[in-house]
Each structure stands twice: as C-alpha cells, then as structure tokens.
Design a protein around this ligand. Structure first.
Ligand SMILES: *Cc1c(COP(=O)(O)O)cnc(C)c1O
Length: 429
C-alpha cells in the first residue's frame, strides 16, 4: 500500500516513509492510496469474531502488502491487550468505553500500535518522536513508547494547561521520555512540532517523527474499535450513528475510514466543546482555525483541528461530508448538567469528554428518529477527577495503576514559545 498526501495525490510514499515522516513534506496528511473494501461476509460475521480477529482482518486489508501475517498478528495483539466494552446507558443509547488501557485513555490504542509498528519498520536507526499534547496524547505516547529501544520521545505541552495527573503521567517516567513545558497554548506546541518536521537542516541531522494523530500509525488503528462496537450492538439495531468527542478529529476520521471500508455506519456526530470550528463549518461557515479556548474537556481544546483534511478527503467533497456528518457544540455548563442528569437517571458516570459526545448524540436523536446511537467515552472519569467530583459530589476512585503516578517526581524543562529555542534543545541532545 502506498500513501498519498492530502495536498497532492500524486505524491506517494511507502508505509515506512509515511510512518517516519508523519507529515508529508507539503504539510499534507498521508492517506492510504486505496481504501480496501471488506467483504459483506466479513461484516455479517463480525458478531462471531473476537476483537483480535477483527483486527487481523482489518489491518491485514490495509497493511497486508507491507507486513507479514505474523507481524500483523504481533501488531494487533500488542495493541489490543485490553477490552473496549459497549455499555447500554439508555434505550437506543450505548457508550463505547475506550478507557481500559494502561493510561485509561482511548489514545492507548493508537500509541501502542504506533510504537510497535515503528519498532517493526525501523531496526538499526535512532528515531526521535516529537509529540505536542493537550493532555492525554502525552501520557498515552509516553506509556506506549516507554523503554522501546532506539526511540526517544520528546513531549511538548502547554504549561499549566493540562491536569495534574496527565502531567504526572508523562513527566515522571524518565528513561527515553523527555517533557518540555512550553510557555504557550497547545496550538503553539503543535506549531513548533510541525515546524521541526519541515526544517531541512534539522532533518538532515536526525531522524524525526511524530506520534500525533497526524501519523497514520496513530490514526489508522483507531478504526478497529468501531468495527468491534458495531459487532456488539444487539441484533436488529436499525440505522447506526456514532457520536465522537472531537478535538483534532483523528478519532472520528478513523470511524469514517471504517465506514468507507464497508462498516454500515449511517451517520457521524462531530461533538465538540466551544472550540467549534468544525460544527460551524458543517453549518456553512468557512473553515477557519482560531485560537483555542480553555474548557473542562481540555483534551479537545483545539483551535486548528489537524485531521480536518482527512474528513474532506474521505468523503470526496464538502457537500457529501455535510450530508453524512452533523456537528454540535456544548459549553461547560451544559456538559456539567448532562453529567449530573445521566448519573441521576441511570447511574452511569461520565467524564466531560464523553458527556459532550452524549449531548451530541442526544441532540442528533431528537432531530432524527429511528437511530441506535453509540457515543465514545474517551477517558476514565478518574482522569478528570476535579470536575467529576465537583459535579457528582462524590469521590471517584482512580485505579491503582494510575494512583501510583501521583507519587512520582515531575521532571520537565521549561522553554519559551520560540521555535529556535526548541531547535537548539534538539541539537544539543
Ligand atoms: C484526544 C482526546 C479527544 C479528542 O480526540 P481527537 O482524535 O483529537 O479528536 C477526546 N477525548 C479525550 C479524553 C482525548 O484525550
């Protein structure tokens, strides 16, 4: 399989090059040259297959030309070491719990797949992985790559704008994981990382790559749990809609990839907080990045959603995209209210990101009858303990393996929001 740039379909590269480059030289995102259709028989058999078996088939269809079937199995088995249960919340409303991985975030899927794939593709070189994070990416990537030989991870995060637990998860590990605390916002971190990838001088001196959802190795594996969730819905569910809490829009774009491969998803809901660039676009406002605003669902505080061009690419044109995807946004007060209401009515405990997706699904179902809906719950409630406890007036237990991070000592290096300073740092290593 070759991969092309969303900015130039005739610029094609190998799997290895797409994974190592992360971003195409023309700043486009890589996309698979063909979207392999899965057979109707495979779709019909989904309920009888395990998560891993689904993974072998889907990843095999995408990467089968480039990796042996043993490597595909290794990759899938390394990634899917934890479950993603589908839980009924209300009639016709299910949540896909994606937070049972090592850092309790859905990004664990992509991070584990990415580290294993890099490990399989590059053996004798030293790779530096640059990551900009608004919170959860940093912890998932740090955990997924921890102690992976020949890979050094450098995490850039906005000072004071991630939760204490998130910060602890990527600043306390040490070894091959370094954290740079940037005096700026998430978009500044992302901009510095993008600039580094485009810096010819720097790239001539070291092998740099990304583990953000712009990288296909982080992005593509996320399509797996859409197949799995669909397979676990009760029979005769009718039309299916997935509501995805979105920031950089990698997660929802992976759902669309699953749909393009043949999974019968009728509609998507792009649910955001007040960083509503995409919902606005879907209602007819021109796409225009804006500075990000801080909210209680901070992993979605993104003002320039980098996977937006994948959405356009997957649906061919704007009108087709607008037909298949509805966008809704919600402010913090509405999100808190939904958390409280759902808890009171059903006992189900949502954290702010999942609550935004729940609200998006609820709004969609009010406007469109006859749908079974799945909203993605992307983090464990304990990861956003401050907000969750304030809403529910009750203590949220954090699983043992996370509580351990609080005991670690934070090690980070403060840098200015200045590309030259970042570059000097990289050259000094
Ligand atoms: C990263 C993240 C999101 C947003 O996912 P995107 O792929 O960037 O749209 C949502 N919820 C949580 C908890 C996250 O960490």
């Amino acid at each position: 399989m070759k991969f092309y740039s969303t900015n130039n379909k005739s610029h094609k590269v190998s799997l290895k090059e797409a994974v190592i480059k992360g971003l195409a030289p023309d700043q486009g995102l890589y996309m698979p040259e063909q979207i392999p259709p899965l057979s109707a028989d495979f779709i019909a058999q989904l309920p009888n297959l395990s998560f891993q078996e689904i993974g072998y088939e889907v990843i095999g269809a995408l990467f089968g030309e480039d990796l042996s079937s043993d490597h595909i199995k290794e990759l899938v088995n390394h990634t899917l070491t934890f479950d993603a249960p589908l839980v009924k919340v209300e009639d016709g409303v299910y949540t896909l719990e994606l937070f049972h991985g090592p850092t309790l975030a859905f990004k664990d899927f992509g991070a584990r797949f990415c580290s294993k794939l890099m490990n399989l593709l590059v053996s004798n070189e030293k790779v530096r992985v640059l990551v900009a994070t608004s919170g959860d990416t940093g912890s998932a990537v740090a955990n997924g790559f921890y102690k992976v030989p020949n890979v050094e991870v450098i995490i850039l995060y906005p000072s004071g704008k991630v939760s204490t637990l998130q910060e602890k998860q990527f600043t306390t590990l040490g070894e091959n994981i370094t954290a740079l605390e940037v005096d700026g916002v998430f978009d500044d971190c992302q901009q510095m990382v993008k600039q580094a990838f485009l810096d010819k001088d720097l790239n001539a001196r070291m092998l740099l790559t990304s583990a953000n959802s712009i990288n296909i190795a982080r992005w593509i594996p996320q399509c797996l749990y859409y197949f799995y969730a669909y397979s676990r819905l009760p029979k005769g569910q009718g039309k299916v809609v997935f509501s995805v809490p979105s920031g950089n829009f990698g997660n929802i774009a992976a759902g669309m990839l699953a749909e393009r491969m043949g999974l019968p998803i009728d509609h998507f809901v792009a649910a955001t907080n007040v960083n509503k660039i995409v919902p606005d676009f879907l209602k007819g406002v021109p796409f225009r990045p804006r500075p990000s605003l801080q909210t209680i669902s901070n992993s979605m505080d993104v003002g320039n959603p980098s996977n937006f061009y994948r959405l356009l690419d997957l649906y061919g044109d704007e009108s087709n995209l607008k037909e298949r995807v509805k966008g809704y946004f919600f402010d913090d007060a509405t999100t808190r209210e939904a958390m409280a209401e759902v808890k009171a009515a059903t006992g189900y405990l949502m954290e702010p990101h999942g609550a935004v997706a729940y609200l998006g699904l609820k709004t969609f179902r009010e406007e469109h009858g006859g749908y079974t809906g799945v909203f993605l719950e992307t983090a464990h409630p304990g990861k956003f303990g401050d907000v969750v406890e304030a809403v529910h007036q009750q203590k949220v237990e954090l699983p043992e393996r996370l509580a351990a991070f609080f005991k670690g000592q934070k090690k980070s290096q403060l840098i200015a929001n200045d590309y030259e300073e970042f570059k000097d740092y990289l050259l000094s290593k």
